[in-house]
Structures are given as structure tokens and as C-alpha cells.
Write a protein that binds this ligand. Structure first.
Ligand code: ADP
Length: 328
């Protein structure tokens, strides 16, 4: 019953008894309480009621307990739904992974059979060898991703901090990716003044490699990829921009969840395990940084991640501008 209805009901108590009307009232000390009100009109003779017996019971504690039970139940239900979704995602993951494993395995089996049968020229042997190598690398990358994420999430892996030059890492990783995808030119937009920072070199490389690989994977041929670095506040920010298929707004958070892969649009048909971005997020957050995406469907996406710069910036005699810990 709304407050208006309850008030109207109480007003009606002049003619007939009213039971258990609940009202929220504010006391003179500003405390808000819940009252349960019962009203019984007293009739003397046949006329209108001349008196009324009113009882007020403070049921604030009961209401609080009920609200607590309700919110606990809702939280429990939300947790159950999350578990069910994770379970579904895990089953999807097993299906995806077995499919993803099967594709390169089929290649390896087929190509090696041809080699075994021996009816191949030297050129063909080289070509088949390269195909087998590429398939085996794909398999190995997937196994690494699964093990890595598991180890990172269970806290079994720690970071090995070093002074790193983000610009070098970006340039090297782009140079690694570009020859394999000549139809996706990678443009570098690096801030030359970016200071060195303390981070795990291999893990940061992994982050940049994953973001660049996704940019290439989800961008039609010919679409340029841009990767830039700059200082924003006391962080170093890296942005990877593509002109690809984009991500629906309501999926921009999901993509960082384990095993999550888009089930609609062209992304559904791309190869992948749904582990790349969770891994990216885990690594960035372990460094005290943040990762997020801005995207527009059919126009492209920009993934940003930022890593903290330490407090004092000083110019290192050999290594240019560099950031040091406050205690040196
Ligand atoms: P994978 O690429 O192996 O499926 P990720 O965790 O790297 O797994 O990405 C999860 C999902 O996020 C992808 O399946 C895709 O739907 C979406 N996604 C990631 N990067 C991009 C991008 N640059 N453009 C469009 N969609 C993307």
C-alpha cells in the first residue's frame, strides 16, 4: 500500500476499525521509524464515533530485519546467477577450446601424414614444415594462455619488476606483428618524452601483443591499427585503436570476463579462447593499472591501459628521462 493509500485508510477509521496500517514517520530528533497503527472507533449509541482507540507499535527493527533478509536473498540470487553464468561460460569454453585445439591439430596430423608418406618435393617439405610449425605455435599459445591465466588468478605468479621503456616494447611488438599481417598497417604514435617505469617487461609485452592481435583479428583487411603512448597525470597510457567491427556497448564490460566471446556478428566466427582480455586485465591490475575500452559498432574500438608512474621523475644520465621510486 502506498503512503497516500495508508493515510486514506487511516482517515476512514472514523467509521470502521482499521488494522495494521504501516507508516514511515520522522521523529523530532530526525530519526526515521516505522509504525504499525491500529484504530478502533468507539460508538456511543447509533451516531458517529465519538472516540477512537489508537495503538502505535514501533516495528522499525522488524522492518530492518525484513529488509536485511530481502537484500541477503537478492545478493544470494545474484551470486547464484553469476555462478550459473560462469558455469555456462565454462561449458562454452570447453567446447570452444576443443574446437580451437582440433583445428590446428587436424592441420598438424594432415600435413605430417603427407610428409610421412614421402611423396613431396623439397619445396613442399619446407611449406608443410612451416604450416605444421604455425599450427603447433597456435596450440602452444593457447595452452600458455590457459595456464598463465590460471596461475595469475590463483596468485601463483608474481611480477618481476624492471625499468622498462614502454615505447621500445610497443615498437618491437608492432614490428613482430606487422610482417605477419601486411594488410594491417600499424601506425605508432609514441610520446618521446614518456618516462621509463617499473613493470614486468614480459607481461607488459604480453598485454600489448594481445591487444594488437585482437585489433588485427577484428579489423577487416586494409584497416589501419594505431598504437600510441602518452603521459596522463601520474600514469603512462597506451591506446590501441582499430577501425574494425567494434563492440556493442552492452558487451564492453563482458569482454574482460573469462571465457567470454561474442555470440553475435562477425566476432562469433573469429578464432580465440576468450582468455586474452581477462589475462590483459589481470596483468594490468597486478601492476596497479587500469584497462578499458571505447568502442562503436562497425566503426572500431580503442583499448586503453594505464600503468602508474612512480613519484619522482628525474633525468637518468644514460637512459634519458626516467622515473624513480621516492626512496631512490
Ligand atoms: P578471444 O579474442 O580469444 O576470443 P579475448 O578475451 O581476447 O578472447 O576477447 C574476447 C572477445 O572480445 C572477443 O571474442 C571479441 O568478441 C571481443 N573483442 C576483443 N577485442 C576486440 C576488438 N579489437 N574489436 C572487436 N571485438 C573485440
Amino acid at each position: 500500500m502506498s503512503l497516500e493509500e495508508q493515510t486514506a485508510t487511516l482517515a476512514g477509521a472514523r467509521d470502521r476499525p482499521v488494522r495494521s496500517v504501516v507508516l514511515r514517520v520522522t521523529r523530532s530528533d530526525a530519526a526515521r521509524r516505522w509504525l504499525q497503527i491500529d484504530a478502533v472507533p468507539i460508538h456511543k449509541g447509533h451516531g458517529a464515533a465519538t472516540e477512537m482507540v489508537l495503538s502505535f507499535i514501533d516495528i522499525s527493527e522488524r522492518m530492518r530485519a525484513q529488509a536485511l533478509i530481502r537484500s541477503t536473498l537478492e545478493a544470494q540470487q545474484a551470486a547464484n546467477e553469476r555462478l550459473a553464468a560462469l558455469n555456462r561460460a565454462k561449458s562454452d569454453f570447453i567446447l570452444t577450446v576443443s574446437h580451437e585445439f582440433r583445428t590446428p591439430l587436424t592441420g598438424i596430423l594432415g600435413f605430417s601424414e603427407i610428409l610421412r608418406d614421402g611423396w613431396t618435393s623439397a619445396d613442399e617439405v619446407r611449406e608443410l614444415g612451416a604450416d605444421i610449425h604455425a599450427d603447433a605455435k597456435r596450440l602452444s599459445r593457447m595452452v600458455d594462455e590457459i595456464l598463465d591465466l590460471d596461475a595469475l588468478l590463483s596468485g601463483c605468479l608474481s611480477l618481476t619488476y624492471d625499468w622498462i621503456n614502454l615505447n621500445h616494447i610497443i615498437a618491437n611488438t608492432a614490428a613482430e606483428i606487422e610482417p605477419r599481417h601486411p594488410r594491417h598497417p600499424v601506425r605508432l604514435m609514441l610520446d618521446e618524452e614518456l618516462p621509463s617505469l617499473r613493470a614486468d617487461r614480459e607481461r607488459v609485452e604480453q598485454v600489448i601483443r594481445n591487444l594488437l592481435a585482437n585489433a588485427v583479428k577484428f579489423t577487416p583487411q586494409g584497416g589501419a591499427i594505431e598504437i600510441g603512448s602518452r603521459v596522463v597525470g601520474n600514469t603512462a597510457r597506451v591506446s590501441v585503436k582499430d577501425h574494425g567491427i567494434g563492440i556493442p556497448v552492452d558487451q564492453c564490460e563482458n569482454i574482460f570476463e573469462r571465457y567470454w566471446r561474442s555470440q553475435n556478428g562477425p566476432a562469433k566466427y573469429a578464432q580465440g579462447s576468450g582468455l586474452g582480455l581477462p589475462l590483459v586485465r589481470q596483468i594490468v591490475e597486478m601492476h596497479g593499472g587500469k584497462v578499458w575500452v571505447e568502442s562503436e559498432l562497425n566503426r572500431g574500438s580503442t583499448f586503453h591501459f594505464s600503468l602508474p608512474l612512480q613519484a619522482t621523475v628525474e633525468r637518468h644520465p644514460d637512459r634519458g628521462l626516467m622515473v624513480t621510486d621516492e626512496d631512490g
